[in-house]
Design a protein around this ligand. Structure first.
Ligand SMILES: [Zn+2]
Length: 47
């Protein structure tokens, strides 16, 4: 059994950097319909 550090089936929270709208999804939801900017996975550290 592989102990993967990231399970793609697990829901992650994505945040719109423009309006702060939060979306919970199993994969990247793409772009915010309001701002047309990419969502950021809040589980990923900002670099
Ligand atoms: Zn937005």
């Amino acid at each position: 059994m592989i102990d993967a550090p990231y399970d793609p089936a697990t829901e992650s929270t994505y945040e719109c950097l423009e309006c702060g709208h939060l979306v919970t999804a199993t994969s990247n939801p793409g772009t915010c319909p309001e701002c047309n900017v990419c969502y950021r996975n809040t589980a990923m550290p900002l670099e």
